[in-house]
Design a protein around this ligand. Structure first.
Ligand code: SAH
Length: 388
């Protein structure tokens, strides 16, 4: 194999690597590895090797370490890593789940999701894009899907100097892909749906929320998308109202409901407007789910994001029946766990409701959160119950 270029890392960057975080920032780099993205060797100021990384010459995150010194990164390495990640998911009964959660599986900037017979991947760094052939071959050899779709339309690719687009890497991937999750049949829309086609990170939470419903219960699913929470609730006999501002999302929800012979009352509306028009005297709900998109895109928008989350939670809390459940989530990385729970306490106080914290939740286990890489754990959620 050709000699890899060497990237010299300053003391702060070396410290971060030692602390178990694989990222080397632009400001950590003291000696360049040239203009070509791809694999590079990391070294400290004295030339001591620190491992092999994906190098992104245009990105703030200049390099992402893959492996320590002495490990050769070749096609066989990618195969072994993807196989190990797949093996960790061996017990999952659902047929859609995340197979590779980027840094959380030791494969920075690579996401691979499985939907039944097909796979959908995202290559989210220039360094990774440069070794695309090995990555695609590993997915094909290990998972043997009917097709692999690359959802490389994620905005973060621009920060890497990469083009955005959706491409078929091999095989075929239909517009609608059936899969099974919980005891329900679903369809993902891998070409055009949000993320890679569904919100797999909420899979275990969707199953949990389903268990809260009783026949005749009233449930409200805010930010419903294709019914991740609405359908498990309806399956157990709840009368569900689902709110989403996207007509496409609700069309997918209607199709999923019909496939399972369930009915859900759907409202195309901005959840803020809908909640502010809803009167606690008119309707009380036994189960409410609140799963908004990320409001904080960066640290600067944290204050505004928290105000938005608080408004939603406060209004939802007011609509809970006595003994009712609120499952509430935030997928903004910049809203840390402490911020999230402080916001919820604030909302409960202002709503004048006594709420018990019954369960602290995160993403499903197929989205492993590394202790040393907080970015792998963006999703936090709480299951609350109205006491009285
Ligand atoms: N709970 C879903 C995932 C929700 S994703 C599941 O488990 O499958 C967030 C959803 O919020 C998207 O479908 C998006 O269309 C919707 N959305 C975004 N902003 C909104 C708003 N202001 N009001 C209502 N829906 C909104």
């Amino acid at each position: 194999m050709a000699e890899l270029p060497i990237l010299t890392v300053g003391p702060k960057g070396v410290g971060r690597l030692r602390a178990g975080h694989p990222w080397v920032y632009r400001s950590d780099v003291t000696g360049g590895a040239g203009a070509e993205p791809g694999l590079a060797r990391l070294a400290d100021a004295r030339g001591k090797g620190l491992g092999t990384a994906l190098y992104s010459p245009a990105s703030e995150i200049r390099a992402r370490r893959l492996a320590p010194e002495g490990v050769v990164i070749d096609a066989a390495w990618w195969r072994t890593m993807v196989a190990a990640a797949a093996a960790r998911r061996a017990g999952i009964a659902d047929t859609a789940y995340r197979v590779v959660h980027a840094e959380g599986d030791g494969l920075p900037s690579l996401v691979v999701d499985r939907y039944g017979d097909v796979t959908v991947a995202q290559l989210l760094s220039a360094g990774l894009e440069a070794v695309r052939a090995d990555v695609v071959a590993a997915i094909r050899d290990v998972l043997a899907p009917h097709g692999l779709l690359l959802r490389n339309d994620a905005p973060v690719r621009e920060r890497e100097g990469l083009r955005r687009g959706v491409e078929l890497a091999f095989g075929s991937v239909p517009e609608r892909v059936p899969y099974a999750a919980g005891d329900l049949a679903w369809e993902a829309h891998p070409w055009h749906g949000q993320k890679t086609g569904a919100f797999l990170d909420q899979r275990e939470n969707q199953a949990l929320v389903g268990t809260l419903a009783r026949p005749g219960a009233r449930a409200l699913d805010l930010f419903a998308y294709h019914g991740g929470f609405a359908l498990p609730l309806a399956r157990r006999g709840a009368a569900v109202t689902a709110i989403d501002s996207s007509a496409d999302a609700l069309a997918a929800l209607a199709a999923n409901a019909a496939a399972n012979r369930l009915t859900v009352d759907m409202v195309e509306a901005n959840a803020f407007d809908w909640l502010s028009a809803a009167s606690p005297d008119a309707a009380r709900y036994d189960v409410i789910t609140l799963d908004p998109p990320a409001f904080a895109r960066d640290k600067r928008s944290l204050g505004r994001a928290l105000a938005g989350y608080k408004e939603l939670n406060l209004r939802a809390m007011r609509l809970l029946a006595p003994g009712g459940w609120l499952f509430t989530a935030s997928c903004s990385f910049h809203v840390h766990r402490g911020d999230f729970f402080a916001m919820l306490a604030d909302a409960a106080a202002d709503a004048g409701r006594r709420l018990a914290l019954v369960d602290i939740r995160g993403a499903s286990a197929d989205h492993p959160e590394l202790l040393t890489v907080p970015e792998t754990g963006y999703l936090k959620a709480a299951l609350l119950r109205a006491i009285g």
